[in-house]
Design a protein around this ligand. Sequence first.
Ligand code: CAA
Length: 445
Amino acid sequence: MTAVGIDAIEVWTGNLRLDLPGTFAPQKGEDPEKYTKGLGLNASSFPDSYEDIVTMAANAAHRLMDRKGLEPDDIGRIDVATESAFDNSKPVSTYVAGCLEQVFDGDFHHANKGERKFACIAGTQSLDDAYNWIRAGRNRGRAALVIATDTALYARDDPGEATQGAGAVAMLIDEDPALVELSPEQGYGSADETDFLKPNQQFPSVDGKRSVQVYLARMREALEDYESVAGDTHPDDFAFIPFHTPFPGMVRKAALLGYRHMTRDTAIEEELADEIGRQPRPEAFDDDEAYHDALRDYMDGLKGTDPYREWYAETIEPTLSIAREVGNWYTGSVHVARASALKSAFERGTDLAGETLLLGSYGSGAQAEIHAETVREGWEEELAQLNVDEQLDSRYELAWEEYEEIHDAHNHEMDVDIEELTTPEAEFVFDGWGRMGERKYRYVE
Ligand code: CAA
């Protein structure tokens, strides 16, 4: 069976930066360590006044196509995943194609375009769609362009304001991919939940504490479902486990639960038994409460053990480095985590070819999905092209008053026009409104 997976990846950040411990925390009267240590965030990326989900998506896709030497004819699908769409009918992918047609010869008239929605998991679902389209043999030798793009903004003073972000990830899905091959095995955990939603409103309604619990419950279900088709998982099976990362503190919780699950009935559990005991089993308890208390105690002990800490440092920590500097990119977040992990391996000169990653995606509402990916020969050449650090370093640092203004400028209910804070260069920009209320875009040299 020919391998199908991700051939190339590009990351595009919003051009502004909000320092969370330095600028945000003091204004909220909070301890900066809530951000650096609790949530695990240093900064959020923000869109300047001329940026939105289309410009970031088109910029990521443009860079990707340019460096791969692709023409529109090479692309048979453009799927955009977003939870920040501004139109209930015309998909964002049509705007992105329109942008790209300004800079490439030819057009995308024969490419199937769509928009995927299921909160943050939609990016991974779009990968699935592309994978299935290629596997079904309907691609006529062409590749799929999958773009996850979001402006993850919350209402001012919502607790979610601490975890905002803006950016896009473009991925080329193809046969014989250079980066990773996707596993046919998948696991799902899916239930009708009310943890985070946007019922025809720009900013989300969030039950933050509940959303954390729902994330963990659905992720656990997805892992069990994955194991039912792929067999039991073990911590040593995976070079990295990139999770959906609304904030790194969320992944800290998910990783601990995952490690406990994967080490149950293994030599690692035995090895740790002297130090923290064996894992509590429900059948040994008279009631649920006593079982859950024992479980909490075990987890508290587990997170301090050397085997866990070493595993976390090697397998999880490298997936978080970009998220710490950009915040939540919703649909792009798990793909940022994968890019972070591969980037760290590249920088350390690790030979990853043939190694396995386990991807844990999540979307509120709610659904988790787990699949494996095998790193391909040639992954280093792809990683060498990423310019994430340069992009992050060249962001404009927002003062508090500027943050307030730019948040208002992006608020659809407010009519605020502000000067741009950065000067666009070699990128697509929002260029005002058309006669039917459509958004217009222009490429700036
Ligand atoms: N030093 C060290 N740590 C500190 C600290 C300090 N001075 N002050 C606080 N902390 C810790 C807290 O103990 C807490 O960690 P634990 O949960 O491990 O105990 C952490 O920092 C955050 O503190 P709070 O819980 O007090 O923060 P909060 O009340 O402001 O809410 C939040 C946090 C619920 C995540 C909120 O930011 C939120 O609603 N975010 C949006 C929803 C979200 O991201 N949910 C995640 C799952 S849903 C999902 O994944 C989909 C999605 O993308 C939205």
